[in-house]
Design a protein around this ligand. Structure first.
Ligand code: CP
Length: 302
């Protein structure tokens, strides 16, 4: 993994992904280690973020490294018309690794082709979010004790949800059964379903949430993403399709956990937060350890 960009979750083998989770476990036990002393990590966020950017910056800070970058482009030369190619080639002169979020699908792959330092994709449009995927895998393994043979429900925006696309692809390595709950307009794209079919795994599609709750080990909720809709009326029609409430969690498997990449809008009622099945804030914390593991492996320090 040394010097290797992470653009899609499939850029790393199953063995590399599992090794990274093992390294992350070490950071969970001891997150403050001076491994990144004298290293510079650039975080270039062309699209809003709270968790991904700040957990990367927290990960670097706990490891004694330095951060440069921007959280929006308004104060950068992007406003003067600078191309992505030129921005990346410039920032690659100033840093050892670049973490980038961009609204366009394929932007991270392009950046990895023009950069002399590794690129970590922190989300490219509706395409992929591989570091979220790794922290999701970490959270699932930690709560279930395994990644194999699980029943996993994905709920909400399966069409534009980049976290869903990456995680479905990753779980196809582990013989899982997929329960896909979405409005008809936001079904999982065939370009992602093909991974399930290739591995001859089972998937079922639903338009009601209640049906899947008793069946699953992991209930992976997602937000209907207003920013992905060209027509605001289309968003208004389906924005409240699924709202998980505490009263709906009477009959679940005892090991069941609720995950969400966050941010949430109203798809999980706040009354669920104190339920023992709610794991989404711990999931966000796990992002620090997983990103510490990723950066130290890419830089050849682990
Ligand atoms: N999960 C996630 O990507 O959250 P942010 O958009 O806040 O980074």
């Amino acid at each position: 993994m040394k010097n290797k960009s992470l653009v899609s979750i499939s850029d790393y083998t199953k063995e590399q992904q599992l090794h990274l989770l093992d390294v992350a476990e070490g950071f969970e036990k001891n997150p403050r280690q001076n491994l990144l002393n004298n290293y510079v990590v650039a975080t270039l966020f062309f699209e809003p973020s709270t968790r991904t950017r700040l957990s990367f910056e927290s990960a670097v800070s706990y490891l004694g490294g330095k951060i440069i970058g921007f959280s929006d482009t308004s104060s950068t030369s992007v406003q003067k018309g600078e191309s992505l190619r030129d921005t990346i080639r410039t920032v690659a002169n100033y840093s050892d690794v670049i973490v980038m979020r961009h609204p366009k699908e394929g932007a991270a792959r392009f950046a990895s082709e023009v950069s002399k330092v590794p690129i970590v994709n922190a989300g490219d449009g509706a395409n992929q979010h591989p570091t979220q995927c790794l922290l999701d895998l970490y959270s699932i393994r930690k709560t279930q004790g395994t990644l194999d043979g699980l029943n996993v429900a994905f709920v909400g925006d399966l069409k534009y949800g980049r976290t869903v696309h990456s995680l479905v692809q990753a779980l196809c390595q582990f013989n899982c059964k997929f329960h896909l709950v979405s409005p008809l307009e936001l079904k999982l794209p065939s370009s992602v379903k093909v991974h399930i079919k290739e591995k001859k795994m089972e998937y079922m599609q639903y338009t009601e949430l209640e049906e899947v709750i008793p069946k699953v080990d992991i209930l992976y909720m997602t937000r209907i993403q207003k920013e992905r809709f060209a027509d605001p009326m289309e968003y208004e029609k389906i924005k409240n399709s699924f709202i998980l409430k505490n009263e709906m969690l009477q009959k679940t498997k005892s090991n069941m956990k609720i995950l969400h990449p966050l941010p949430r809008v109203n798809e999980i009622d706040e009354d669920v937060d104190d339920n023992k099945r709610a794991y989404y804030f711990q999931q966000a914390l796990n992002g620090v350890y997983v990103r510490q593991a990723l950066l130290t492996l890419i830089l050849g320090l682990k």
